[in-house]
Design a protein around this ligand. Sequence first.
Ligand code: FUB
Ligand code: ZN
Length: 678
Amino acid sequence: MNRQDFSRPLSLRSVQVTDDFWKKEMELVRTQMLPYQWDALNDRVEGAAPSYCMRNFKTAGKKNLERKEMGDAYQEPSYTFRGFEALPEDPEHLEDKFYGFVFQDSDFYKWAEAVGYSLTQHPDPELEKTADAAIDIVCAAQQEDGYLDTYYILNGRDKIFTNLKDHHELYCLGHLIEGAVAYYQATGKDKLLRAAMGYADYAAAHFGPEEGKCKGYPGHEIAEMALVRLYEVTGNEKYLNLGRFFVDERGARPYYFDKEHPECVKNSPDGLRYAYNQAHIPVREQDEAVGHAVRAVYLYAGMTDMARITQDESLYHACEKLWDSMVECKMYITGGIGGTHIGEEFSFNYDLPNDTAYAETCAAIGLVFLARRMLEIKPVSQYADVMERALYNCVLSGMALDGRSFFYVNPLEVNPEACRMDERKAHVKPVRQKWFGCACCPPNMARMLSSISSYAYTETEDTLFVHLYMGSIIKKQVNGKELTITVSSKLPKSGQVEIEVSGESVPFTIALRIPDWCGEGDTGFSIKGVRDSECTRKDGYLYVTRCWQPKERLSLKFAMDVKIMEADPRVREDIGKVAVTRGPMVYCLEEADNGTDLHLLTLDCGKEAETEEFTVAGEQVIAVVMDGFRQQVQTSRKGLYHPLKTAAKEPVKLRFIPYYVWANRGENEMTVWVRQEK
Ligand code: FUB
Ligand code: ZN
């Protein structure tokens, strides 16, 4: 591993996204999601599950003031809280206490992070003013010693860091850091950053390898990658060391969590215990993605950051193995991960049920975090292929086209009646929700979409890596000279991409990813405007090195044929079924276009697919139309079971739409996998 070879994302300020597709998503975040989510965090959305997030900060701030004013006369609350605080029947009569889930603070931090990213692309004084005022509220809750978690501030500081396994204080620290760094980098304002450093200093004084310090680590990861980020922005090694301690200590024997939770010792054997938290064995020995899916990918992303910054080969190799485990055996075709709602976990290999899938939006976002970090260390196109798959499908499906309702769970098959009647599918919602008591996903989407360019491009001193084809104007420094690289892309509608370089004539390289979906070998891909001698290919990237002359242009064309996909036959749920894809998009059948009882449909895979412009709830998409059949239900036959005979069927046209736009036309059935006509 050589640090010099690693690429890093460009600063968001250096990339202006101009892309028809992604710019629209970013504007949706700015104009709809962020104001809407601010209202949700303040419990002002009618009919939505209450958040209590800002309320908790205000209550904690009030207590803080009382504490300061009363001095020794102040009575600390003693710890009484057990889990989720039951909500009052009458929301008008709330007490001055903590409400909601233990990690409610993190929803604001994600929102602030998204605001920061959005401001780099689009200055918005009103939004910035709202965020500044909110930061004042949050900082007023911080304790003099730096501690900042409203759950324990309001429930009794005597139990701080006593339930690391379940109680998310270090998760909230991680999100605070992420939000604070983003807001600082966007605005230059450091109030939230100082609060984050204060809390990180408090944690660094408490945890660590030194004698007398606590040997615990987060039950829900994210602090690992956040601390690397805090180190990178402050240069203070204390933060890096704390992050490294958390990574190295995880899974060490005797288990730290045994001390906190002696009851677990009886219930689960050594070696498996705490797999849910990826703490069953040391991280370098882990080779199978297990446990809670979001926790897992956040950990792996943190491990990858740590491997990059400390050039730790063993950590990096563990990340490679964990990546393979997920992508080869535990990932849905949509880039969703987490096959079971029980514990929001990965299931066993190839267990990928479609109608009980969990595929949480946050987990797909975490997979994108990991993929980009793997690309930084080693640009291998499969990481970008998966990143793109997750982004265009599972991540985008998490939000309605109007940016104001959300999926937490992203199933691949939905029958609304089953969601209502079958408790095993109660977690699957057939329509997006206005908000959630546990609202981790919506603000996570906001931060991902508003920083989308950092997933499209990374750079080294002399190379620009294009991982995703996203219309953008990029400023890149090469040997002290500034180049402007303009990317125009028609994705995902067509595979036409133009790249123009202007500025001073200096030698540098553009590394272009050749997507997996454009076809084998060179058949699906053509490039104009370069000589063969300027090109080399490695790990799925075409490296074009030249001394660019002003206004030089490259034209790329990626074939975007409709593909009929099958799953590995070990995926029992998909046997005999196919899915339709086109470019990065996975398609689905929806009742609105194909009638009810989608299970009765079969696809004639031998026939040509047609594509056409189509509008779904105002969104222009490319629909795929193919021949198929609808099996007839013979109501004249009595009884459930009959001797086999050839099923009566009628020919039908099947209309497939991109998966991310489903459920924007009211409640209805949907399926990604469709039976293959014999
Ligand atoms: O525990 C915090 C967040 O809530 C997780 O990341 C999500 O999976 C949800 O459980
Ligand atoms: Zn979530």
